[in-house]
Design a protein around this ligand. Structure first.
Ligand code: ASP
Length: 435
């Protein structure tokens, strides 16, 4: 059995956190491949190394002295080294980096140094072999992972070393330069390593004991989800639940490798397992509830529209021309609505409406703003009678007006649109109903 263990920024934020990581890794012999993020926040007033590196770059760009910020980065690494009694010449690495910065440095390369330096220290501390991600994770010219090249590199490395530390968040372009991922990309690196290592489990160690059924800022102490499918997680992440980088699912899903979300600060907790092989015995119908505020509903009306073939397509083309992504399209007989994020249409909403009116000869177009969308997600909803009756009944009882309903035939997700001001009330009500 081989496990890939990825430790996020808060799990490597201090010498104390490094110790916890070592305990976890030492506890199970199957944790052969460890992926690390950059040193993160040790407490809520602290700063992430990645943010500080971005800040250094912004300073250089505008020719402002960056010594103080760089010092904060140096202190973090040097403190960890000294507290753990490590030998690696991290001071030398930092001095080299500082002189590279002064000569003018590529932003992506600079930002990737957070995970690089963290990986170097962790490698010595765990006694694992350090692999620079630029020699392992390869991109092709389309910006996608070149799995063939990445797999080859991995196979060659493990001929000689069977315990590896890999910095997350970056790889290399076909031309050899460093390419970083989007923020939180260490999750994606971990998933890629799990894929090429054919891991039995991809452990994602963070600072929460699993994925919660609802947003803890709204629900007091929500229950933890024990098992969730990739599809359910995707629906919940899309709707604002943030646990794992959205793209971290694809590399492991292809190989049916379960992801286990675990807590570095509470390593005995089971956490949440993300897998398509959910056990059917769970009596939980709804897996999670998530939502987002600030959508707009654009409702287009035209008499006898039902008889005009291609009318909706014409209207949607206009949204595409304005480069607006569409969330939902609920429709009636002689009207249909298009739901979009308000921010995505704000600058040109009047132009957009005028264009649609002109193009399809609409009788009336109304725009309703301040709409929140709330998704109730659960694969067990399919074929379970009465779920929507309970959902709408509960909202009716507390006086929440529903402006929009959307459910596709796979029955995994019921989305309701309510006024922004009813957002918290809706989530509370649905959580109470289905917890
Ligand atoms: N260090 C990067 C970030 O802060 C990537 C990561 O932590 O996964 O976004």
């Amino acid at each position: 059995m081989v496990r890939v263990a990825k430790f996020g920024g808060s799990s490597v934020a201090s010498a104390e956190q490094f110790r916890k990581v070592k305990n976890i890794v030492d506890l199970d012999d199957s944790r052969h491949f460890v992926v690390v993020s950059a040193v993160g926040k040790a407490d809520k007033d602290d700063n992430k190394v990645t943010d500080l590196l971005y800040l250094c770059h912004a300073h250089i760009k505008y020719n402002i002295n960056f010594d103080n910020i760089f010092k904060m980065i140096e202190d973090k690494f040097i403190n960890i080294k000294n507290e753990l009694g490590l030998n690696y010449d991290i001071e030398g690495e930092l001095a080299k980096l500082k002189s590279e910065i002064k000569k003018g440095i590529d932003e992506e390369y600079l930002v990737s140094r957070g995970e690089y330096l963290t990986g170097l220290l962790m490698a010595e501390y765990l006694g694992y072999h350090f692999v620079d991600a630029k020699d392992l994770i390869f991109y092709n010219y389309n910006g996608e992972i070149d799995y063939l090249k990445t797999q080859n590199a991995f196979d060659n490395i493990i001929k000689e070393h069977d315990r590896l530390i890999i910095p997350g968040f970056y790889g290399s372009r076909p031309t050899g330069e460093v390419k970083i991922m989007t923020r939180g990309g260490g999750d994606v690196s971990g998933a890629i390593v799990a894929n090429i290592a054919d891991a039995s489990v991809y452990e994602n160690w963070t600072d929460v004991s699993g994925i919660l059924m609802a947003d803890p800022r709204i629900i007091n102490n929500p229950r933890e989800i024990k098992v969730i499918s990739y599809t359910e997680l995707r629906e919940l992440s899309y709707m604002g639940a943030s646990v794992l980088h959205e793209e971290a699912i694809f590399p492991v899903r292809d190989k049916d490798i379960p992801i286990q979300i675990r807590n570095t600060n509470n390593p005995t907790a089971e956490g949440t397992i993300i897998s398509d092989k959910k056990c059917a015995s769970s009596d939980q119908i709804v897996t999670g509830i998530a939502g987002k505020k600030d959508f707009s509903i654009i409702t287009i009306k035209k008499r006898h529209m039902a008889n005009e073939v291609g009318l909706i397509a014409k209207a949607l083309k206009i949204f595409a021309k304005f480069n607006v992504s569409i969330e939902h399209i609920p429709s009636g007989i002689d009207s249909f609505s298009v739901v979009v994020e308000t921010n995505n249409v704000r600058p040109f909403i009047h132009e957009l409406v005028a264009k649609i009116k002109e193009e399809i000869g609409a009788d009336e177009i109304n725009v309703t703003n301040e709409i929140a969308l709330i998704a109730t997600v659960g694969e067990a909803m399919k074929n379970t009678l009465g779920v929507s009756a309970r959902l709408f009944g509960a909202l009716g009882k507390v006086g929440v007006n529903i402006a929009l309903i959307s459910q596709t035939n796979d029955e995994i997700n019921i989305i309701v649109g309510v006024h922004n001001r009813d957002y918290e009330k809706t989530i509370n009500t649905l959580y109470d109903e289905f917890k």
